[in-house]
Design a binder for this molecule. Structure first.
Ligand code: ADP
Length: 320
């Protein structure tokens, strides 16, 4: 009987549990044993792992975070630690590993493959910043959370004729800001991928909207472009409009995963086990062209994904 190890690594994201559950249930259904490794690569180095059964993933589908815990493990870039991790897997009888995380996690998985441990990576991060996948586990929930929060802020900005500058997560990428910006009817969306000036892309638009009678504004800012309080101050001083800043922070990382998240995460976990069953390793399971498919890890890591320019145009063209 072969054994699959599963771990979550890097920043946690809603839907990771759904993916873990799918790996465990599908793995066991196909005759594998499944071992859950705690705290990502740190747990692999510390032998922090346990056997999982069908019931150990009960009641987690709807929960945010990751029941396997996650960590950043900087030591994992050292070759001797990769060797140690592979050795630990051998001792634990683990024949293949499913690693759920971002591009950093995939790099770790590639190193493990090179040392002889077949790995399958699943894309898990709220930021949607994985180059090979159009969609990452956690993104849909994070965007929905932002939208709910901004709707509340909007109620009060509307009542006071204010401008609200909302800072959202995304690391060096603007995907959350762009999607949430459209969904919240933001006047402007500021993302690191696209050059902007506050004068041209925010203030000039506000002035023209004011002339048309609009009196409250949402400006969506990706954390990768700067801090909301400084941007709010700049807008207020240039327009004279009462402007506040809201930094949403970690609320975006938590919460119950949306239905879409749960479905895609389940599909991806299922697909990972199908690959392992066929004896295939060194792959990442990704979402491309509306489908769950797999790619070679190296090939996936060499890919580049920009921001969706069509969507950016939509954001701009329909904001007044
Ligand atoms: P993410 O997986 O979300 O991109 P990180 O960049 O923090 O998050 O990566 C998660 C973990 O993957 C790191 O803490 C480290 O253990 C491992 N990792 C990242 N980069 C590498 C690398 N170049 N080689 C080996 N392991 C890596």
């Amino acid at each position: 009987r072969k054994t699959i190890g599963v771990l979550t690594s890097g920043g946690d994201a809603p839907g990771m549990n759904a993916a873990v559950r799918a790996v465990v249930r599908m793995g066991i259904n196909r005759g594998f044993s499944v071992v859950g490794i705690r705290r990502g690569y740190s747990g692999l180095l510390a032998n922090d792992m346990d056997d999982m059964d069908l019931r150990s993933v009960s009641d987690i589908l709807q929960r945010g975070g990751t029941v396997l815990y996650s960590s950043r493990c900087p030591e994992f870039s050292e070759q001797r630690n990769i060797k140690k991790a592979v050795e630990n897997c051998r001792k634990a009888g683990i024949d293949a590993l499913v690693t759920i995380g971002g591009d950093g996690t995939f790099r770790g998985a590639l190193d493990l493959c090179r040392e002889g441990l077949p790995c399958i990576g699943l894309p898990g991060t709220i930021d949607n910043d994985i180059s090979s996948s159009e969609y990452t586990i956690g993104f849909d929930t994070a965007v929905n959370t932002v939208v709910q929060m901004v709707d509340r802020v909007r109620d009060t900005s509307q009542s006071h004729d204010r401008c609200s500058v909302i800072e959202v997560m995304g690391r060096h990428a603007g995907h959350i800001a762009l999607y949430a910006g459209i969904a919240c009817g933001a006047l402007a969306v500021l993302v690191p991928e696209i050059e902007f000036t506050i004068e041209r892309d925010v203030v000039a638009k506000m002035v023209s909207s004011l002339r048309q009678g609009k009196q409250n504004f949402i400006v969506m800012v990706a954390e990768g472009v700067g801090h909301a309080p400084a941007i709010a101050e700049q807008i207020e001083s240039l327009t004279g409009i009462d402007t506040n800043a809201v930094v949403l922070g970690y609320v975006q990382r938590g919460g119950s995963p949306t239905a879409r998240e749960r479905v895609i995460a389940s599909q991806m976990g299922h697909h990972a086990v199908e690959l392992i069953e066929q004896g295939i390793g060194k792959r990442v399971v990704v979402f491309r062209g509306g489908k769950v498919v797999d790619l070679d890890i190296e090939e996936a890591l060499a890919m580049h994904k920009g921001i969706d320019m069509d969507l950016y145009r939509v954001a701009n063209d329909i904001s007044i």
